[in-house]
Design a protein around this ligand. Sequence first.
Ligand SMILES: *Cc1c(COP(=O)(O)O)cnc(C)c1O
Length: 389
Amino acid sequence: MKSGAPPEGFGTRAIHAGQSPDPSTGAVMTPIFQVSTYAQQEVGKHQGYEYSRTDNPTRTALQGCLAALEGAAHGLVFASGLAATDTLVRTVVSPGDHVVCGDDVYGGTYRLFDKVLRPHGFQFSFVDFTKVPMEQAIPEGTKLVWLESPTNPLLKITDIRAVVTRAHAVGAQVVVDNTFASPYFQNPLALGADFVLHSTTKYLGGHSDVVGGTVLTNHTAAYERLKFHQNAIGAVPGPMDCFLTLRGLKTLHVRMERHQQNARAIVDFLLDHPEVERVYYPLHESHPGYAIARSQMSGFGGMISFELKGDLARARRFVAMTKIFTLAESLGGVESLIELPAAMTHASIEPEKRKAIGIVDGLIRLSVGIEDLPDLLGDLEQAFEASRA
Ligand SMILES: *Cc1c(COP(=O)(O)O)cnc(C)c1O
């Protein structure tokens, strides 16, 4: 894309933003700059790159593309979603500060906050933004609010605008972990959030072949501090990982449409099924957060959770018997996955707490991929049959 072009549609940005043909060769795709250091013409005189922990051209391209997709002025990438989370928290709050966090955030986020950052003096409280009134959920003195919407794995919807209004009234900043929605369906900065975080391991990379994380913001001063910490802490991705993520982004819009199409049909199938107790999908009329979801999201991808009737043993048999849905943690790739949150992704949360927030033992989570729908439906149907006692 030529510089100076007007802002483009999502698909055009996904393919071109942050990138231009390599000036030395004309290579259309940003090369993998597999290099640690850069020649200087004289002391301190270089072409913008000195050392690859600080900056690397493949990383620069990825950062520019991700920022464009969230409509952000600035983007930074990290070695994983949790590396991005850790660097962001250490940048925007200090030990002693109070952070209010959603109560069913990603298990690894909870573990980082509770087991790593809390012992260093950071204060966390965990609340259900869908139940507790905002004045109570975000008390005076709060410095940072951390939320996911939709959440994992119950796909609860938080009113992002309402959180932002209350948080800003008490002088707190807001981070939205937008991993589940992807920037294709939801843009929290446009809803007033201060920072957006993604595990790029999921929908953004999209092919289950690379781990990464990103932070996007419009606040220039905060970006400068984050960039300082990105280099000072050094939890950066290598150029190959940046290349793979950049390549994945180019089809994000096409993939998300297909994830959504398959997921909606599977939701209808599950809702009609006599052996299903309940189904969670935010953009279905049956979901309690449907109205808010519609007001802040333009669609939703392939994440579905459902409760199977019967005991834990039945659920364990079910997830072991699908053939196209692979039994695995993670989500957001082109291939369909299935898992039991209580025994897998959310096993690090204490059992009592897990039950209290609704992650029952028989809850099954699907990450619906972009295979052919009849094959996915057929696979689930045969698992219902094969898992009957
Ligand atoms: C996977 C995930 C993370 C953590 O990302 P990693 O890349 O695994 O470190 C954070 N938030 C959400 C919602 C996730 O799904």
